[in-house]
Design a protein around this ligand. Structure first.
Ligand code: ZN
Length: 294
């Protein structure tokens, strides 16, 4: 079993390559939406940004989550009384819930939104959007994740499964593809689909404050942040109003995004108004009614 973990890097690269081939071909021949920016420019900027983030994270943390879990023996889930399969299921659910909570906070707290908005500033939406995260977000998220591994001490096999599922799911939900409705609807009961996560990348603020999940849709449904359709329906636009296409595809624009493209009208107070307050809900309901009447 131990040697299985030693192939973690190879497994991740193989899966990434496989997912890239499948979704890049699928998007090319059956795209869900027309793209507005140069694909070559976006893909190369996103690949360079991802390479920079991964190199930085590997240099700073020096240990993978799987290796840390394998070496950790004194966490909340490392109890002999809990059967191994139950510990695995609990680990996968708790770590996915952690990602949900973390993503929610990236939108709710002004300073966190500064780094997370780089992910949302993509003027298009395709598999490469899954590579687009600011180094500040990657380092903070990885630090939180590794801390959770130490606290929980989950089975290494469960962490490896989750890491591989994350890679596949991250590319899948960001892909510029559409599943037939008869597949999408039942799939959303247990897995987030591209049409569901794309709503989170809408330019509409109230759409952005929904569908935060990574793998399972249950947390959004449980905590009232699930949205089935975008406010503007099929006319939904992705990206951020405050970031133009030129800045949105530039690597320098992504790296400096937290300081240059930050919209100061956003923040904790405006977030609450746009998502949960009566006023925000009323505005959303009025827009929804308008969309339905068209
Ligand atoms: Zn987000």
């Amino acid at each position: 079993m131990e040697s299985f973990y030693q192939h973690e890097g190879t497994l991740k690269w193989a899966l990434l390559l496989l997912a890239f081939v499948i979704f890049a071909l699928w998007e090319t021949y059956y795209p869900r939406r027309d793209l507005v920016a140069s694909t070559a420019r976006r893909w190369s900027s996103h690949a360079l940004l991802s390479f920079l983030c991964n190199t930085l994270a590997a240099w700073i943390f020096r240990v993978s989550a799987v290796a840390l879990a394998a070496a950790s023996h004194h966490g909340l889930l490392n109890r002999g009384a809990i059967p191994f399969p139950v510990r695995c299921i609990m680990a996968v659910l708790l770590l996915d819930l952690l990602r949900y909570g973390q993503h929610y906070m990236y939108h709710a707290v002004s300073v966190l939104w500064r780094v997370h908005q780089v992910h949302h500033a993509d003027p298009d939406y395709d598999w490469s959007t899954s590579l687009r995260f600011h180094p500040g977000e990657v380092l903070l998220s990885q630090g939180i994740y590794l801390t959770a591994i130490v606290i929980l001490s989950p089975p290494a096999a469960a962490v490896l499964f989750l890491e591989l599922a994350d890679i596949a799911q991250n590319i899948f939900v960001h892909a510029n593809v559409a599943l037939p409705q008869w597949i999408d609807a039942p799939m959303r009961r247990f897995l987030i689909t591209p049409d569901m996560h794309r709503i989170h990348h809408s330019v509409e603020r109230s759409d952005q404050n929904t569908n935060f999940g990574t793998i399972f849709p249950w947390w959004d449904k449980l905590f009232g942040t699930y949205r089935r359709h975008p406010l503007a329906g099929d006319r939904m636009q992705v990206g951020l109003d405050e970031v133009g296409i030129k800045q949105g595809v530039s690597l320098l624009g992504m790296l400096t995004g937290p300081w240059t493209s930050y919209n100061s009208s956003r923040g904790e107070s405006t977030y609450v108004q746009g998502n949960g307050s009566q006023e925000g809900n009323q505005e959303a309901q009025e827009k929804e009614a308008l969309v339905k009447s068209l």
